[in-house]
Design a protein around this ligand. Structure first.
Ligand code: GLU
Length: 459
């Protein structure tokens, strides 16, 4: 069977760099295996899920360079989940429970005081039909739990039952089904928690590999049991380590910190963000990959480390700068246009080749464009000796066409004329030409300006 993966965010906020890690692990794994990538919105929580978040997540993935082969919404697949729930109920594997959160908490404390594991004791399995009817008459609606296969004949005597799988990230894994409570699959209001819909979708969408964060390892034990209860075969699983903020704190969709949207808005390159999202917390050296092909090649799903990895947003700057310095004009043309640069101007391409070494982010080039085409935007601060020197120096600009050799010839002439050298020699000229004390190589700038424009800038 060909490889099929899915990225399954719940659209309850903006995805952050840690979610992008999961999406990219799936995307790169699919690319390495000639597989398919499904974007599946886990939006069964009608109250918290918002269409605008789903749109933004799709846009964020596009920005990162991920193009799903299919997009699905769990909210539109309720019939499938209901069918699966009915099947489990008929088999006696999904049972109604009426406890309130307070009652559950009280029982949990009693179990702890008796040195029993604080898991659900399956008391609801003992309810008679009359007792259930009485609860319903009281206005209680049941929530439904999945009876985990962790016992021989007596559900009240669970035994150690290890579920094993060969995790494609972490290696051999096992979870003891007796160490957990029967999971609630359907809430009291009839809505589904993610556990059952996820398994039903993975079966019906023929997902071959579930790649997700290691906060789901325990769920995997219960989900493998669910696959079997529904007559399906569990896919392969891979659980990668999570990213935390530099402070060690977990990333949250709700806080908006390090959201893909905000990183895009801050002018970072998609490949900077993608490279860091994937390579942080792995044994592969971190560098900014030029494109998705390079990242696909560098990606090794088994290289992710076991423990949580700190994502330091300061790393974004350095990596982005390196990447930007190597970007060709065609790769940034649209963004330069968005930033207000006339990309059809005959100078635009040469301008980019020159200025990219002076910017950390592509949009910063827009600062320089008016300086090149129209003149200094800051007031040139030349006075006294420097002003006199610069004026005289403009008189010895070499004759003829201005090219890459002009700057050297010009400063040689200005040096002979003034006796200045080093900074005192070139800085007044830089300031006269650009209004700034730093910037692009002047040997590159002069041909871009041309003779007439240079002389027009004589202070
Ligand atoms: N909606 C779940 C999450 O975002 C999906 C987990 C999974 O991939 O199965 O954590």
């Amino acid at each position: 069977m060909s490889v099929t993966v899915r990225f399954a965010p719940s659209p309850t906020g903006h995805i952050h760099i840690g979610n992008a890690r999961t999406a990219l692990f799936n995307w790169l794994f699919a690319r390495q295996n000639d597989g398919r990538f499904i974007l599946r919105f886990d939006d069964t929580d009608a109250e918290r899920s918002k269409a605008e978040f789903a749109h933004q997540i799709a846009a964020d993935l596009r920005w990162l360079g991920i193009e799903p082969d299919r997009t699905a919404y769990q909210s539109r697949r309720m019939d499938a989940y209901q069918g699966a729930a009915e099947k489990l109920k008929r088999a006696g594997l999904l049972y109604p429970c009426y406890e309130t959160p307070d009652e559950l908490e009280r029982r949990r404390r009693i179990r702890l005081s008796r040195k029993l594991p604080p898991v659900y004791g399956r008391e609801a399995l003992k309810l008679t039909e009359d007792e259930k009817a009485a609860y319903e008459a009281e206005g209680r609606t049941p929530h439904w739990r999945f009876l985990l296969p962790n016992f021989d004949d007596d559900p009240f005597a669970p035994e150690r039952t290890d579920v094993h799988w060969a995790d494609i990230v972490r290696g051999p894994q096992g979870v003891d089904l007796a160490s957990m409570s029967d999971p609630v699959l359907i809430r009291g209001d009839g809505s589904y928690l993610y556990t059952l819909p996820s398994v039903v979708d993975d079966m019906q969408m023929e997902v071959t590999h579930v790649i997700r964060g290691d906060d789901h390892v325990t769920n995997t034990g219960a989900q493998i049991a669910l696959f079997e209860a529904l007559g399906g075969e569990a896919p392969a699983f891979g659980h990668h380590n999570l990213l935390t903020a530099a402070s060690g704190e977990g990333l949250s969709k709700r806080s908006g910190a390090l959201s893909i949207k905000s990183l895009a808005g801050a002018g970072f390159e998609p490949m900077t963000v993608a490279s860091l999202a994937v390579l942080t917390g792995s044994s592969t050296a971190i560098s900014a990959m030029a494109d998705m092909d390079a990242l696909t090649e560098a990606f090794d799903i088994g290289a992710a480390s076991r423990s949580a990895a700190k994502f330091d947003s300061a790393d974004l700057d350095g990596l982005n700068e390196t990447l930007v310095h190597g970007l060709a004009f065609d790769a940034v043309r649209d963004r330069l246009a968005d930033a207000g640069i006339d990309v059809d101007d005959r100078r635009a391409e040469t301008f980019w080749a020159m200025i990219r070494a002076n910017v950390k982010k592509v949009p910063e080039a827009a600062d320089w464009w008016p300086i090149i085409v129209a003149g200094p935007t800051d007031e040139a601060a030349l006075d006294g000796d420097d002003l006199d020197y610069a004026r005289n120096a403009f008189d010895v600009l070499p004759e003829g066409e201005v090219d890459g050799t002009t700057w050297k010839a010009w400063t040689d002439a200005a040096k002979a004329q003034s006796g200045r050298k080093g900074r005192a020699l070139f800085m007044p000229l830089r300031i006269a030409l650009t209004g700034r004390a730093w910037g692009p190589e002047l040997s590159d700038l002069l041909p871009l300006l041309g003779r007439e424009e240079i002389l027009r800038r004589r202070p």
